[in-house]
Design a protein around this ligand. Structure first.
Ligand SMILES: CCCCC/C=C\C/C=C\C/C=C\C/C=C\CCCC(=O)SCCNC(=O)CCNC(=O)[C@H](O)C(C)(C)COP(=O)(O)OP(=O)(O)OC[C@H]1O[C@@H](n2cnc3c(N)ncnc32)[C@H](O)[C@@H]1OP(=O)(O)O
Length: 203
């Protein structure tokens, strides 16, 4: 099951973008590769000047279509990662309303040190993955109230890791979700989150 079903809600009833230009999803992927390459590089002075000039050109091109959050494309695409280039992409392999299974690969940009993923990249991934899952399957919009992460063992970068998310229970407006990351059989991370369904009219 990849890409995701196109059930990303239209947040707060604002108009969703309807036209995704050809090549935009590939551009997003390239942008992630750029961030990995930037992190992995040790350019000399000339390479730094060249890279800086090219990035300045890129910024100029993108600024030509700068728009408000309701019209931007990043974060709103019906593909894994939603076109959000900050967040590690979780690819879903199977999903029911109770459980979601997939993979994640923390690229070089998410390096904390000594081959391990940055401790802040992991809750970022879970907030987004839990947020999508807690709001999927026709459920009303809920926001993260809390997020708890236990780092059980080192999470390596540049490795395909398995991600499991579980919708544990719902008590009134409260939704409890749990999850884990494994490298093969080895447990790397356990996570849990509380999502609260917004009060009617809340934004
Ligand atoms: C940036 C917003 C984005 C939101 C988008 C959400 C969904 C969109 C759908 C799909 C999108 C696709 C992909 C997902 C992508 C991203 C999702 C990321 C989700 C986020 O990243 S979202 C940003 C971070 N998030 C916040 O920015 C929340 C700030 N905050 C608040 O907006 C309020 O705080 C709120 C609404 C949480 C509750 O406020 P409220 O007024 O509605 O409810 P109230 O306070 O009455 O609490 C009711 C009962 O929950 C208990 N309770 C409350 N808070 C608790 C806590 N922390 N721990 C333990 N219990 C707690 C109370 O004790 C009471 O319990 P009881 O009823 O038993 O007394």
């Amino acid at each position: 099951m990849d890409p995701l079903p196109t059930h990303i809600p239209n947040w707060w009833d604002k108009p969703a973008p309807v036209t995704i230009p050809d090549g935009y999803a590939d551009f997003v992927e390239q942008f992630r590769t750029l961030q990995d390459a930037m992190t992995a590089a040790a350019p000399d002075a000339e390479q730094t000047r060249t890279a800086s000039r090219l990035v300045a050109e890129l910024i100029e091109v993108l600024k030509q279509s700068e728009t408000d959050e309701w019209s931007q494309l990043s974060g709103r695409l019906p593909v894994p990662g939603r076109g959000q280039t900050l967040i590690p992409v979780v690819h879903i392999n199977s999903e029911t309303e109770h459980e979601s299974r997939g993979t994640v690969r923390f690229g070089r940009q998410f390096l904390g040190g000594n081959g391990a993923a940055h401790g802040g990249a992991i809750p970022l991934m879970f907030d987004d993955a839990f947020g999508r899952f807690a709001n999927a399957h026709g459920r009303a919009i809920a926001r993260t109230a809390n997020l708890h992460i236990d780092y059980r063992s080192v999470t390596p970068i540049d490795t395909d890791l398995t991600v499991t998310l579980r919708f544990d229970r719902e008590e009134g407006r409260k939704r409890y979700v749990t999850g884990e990351i494994r490298d093969g059989d080895r447990l790397c991370v356990e996570a849990s989150g509380l999502f609260i369904v917004l009060k009617p009219g809340a934004a």
